[in-house]
Design a protein around this ligand. Sequence first.
Ligand SMILES: [Zn+2]
Length: 279
Amino acid sequence: MTELTFLGTGGGRFTTISQLRQTGGLYLRDRGLRANVDPGPGALVHMHRYGLDPTLTDAVLVTHAHPDHWTDAAILLEGITRGGLDRKGTLVAPRSVLRGTHHEGHPVGPVITKYHQQMMANCHEVAAGHKVTLEGMYEAHATKQIHSDPDTVGFRIQLTHGQFSYIPDGVYFDGLADLHQGSRLVVCQMTRGGSERIPHHMCTDDVERLADQIRPRLLLLTHFGYKTLKEGDPGVWAQRITERTGVPTVAARDGLRVTMGSDFQMEFLDKGQAPPVLA
Ligand SMILES: [Zn+2]
């Protein structure tokens, strides 16, 4: 069984600053793997709220060096290693996160200290096309993304009940869908609804094209920007993608837990919210 828990579904600086939505990223649990993916501000706090023990995490995956993707990483690494006492766990991140790089003359990263990197049993610096093995049994492929952090990667991981893709911040490009072919479950970061594209990010039109090409069994939208959330429920954009492509699409909400077995189950960990209905 694979279980995804949304510790946050907000993205971009203004959603993060205002906490219009939580920004703790994703928690992934499979048979032999527990991983935090893009643990932004609030990951630690919301793990505790949802009864997830940070000392049991095996791996932290960070896609790029923007704060809504990494700010809680250091404390989660301390959780894995019991404050640095046990040398265990895995950190997977690109160069910008671990060593720093530049974009258009401006520095990007590094954002995780050397102290925290050296605390881990494994610290993998990945670039697009690299493959790492997690917990001795899960192959995680770093996939190409085009974003304002030039080292940004996505991930494609073979899990117990199918292939999982995580497509973070970045623009649509020819070939992006090819990197995620065969994924049964896709989480895609859609900052803007509709056709209103902002630089370096995807809007609904872009995600719709991806959905049509990848055709997963379930597509989950997340990482909603401030304007998109202020304008209404991002669920309308999920519905549009479902209607136009036939790919079942859900706009994730904070505290959504999705279980992937032979079929998909969804529940909300925050009481009082009805789970989304799959088309
Ligand atoms: Zn970003």
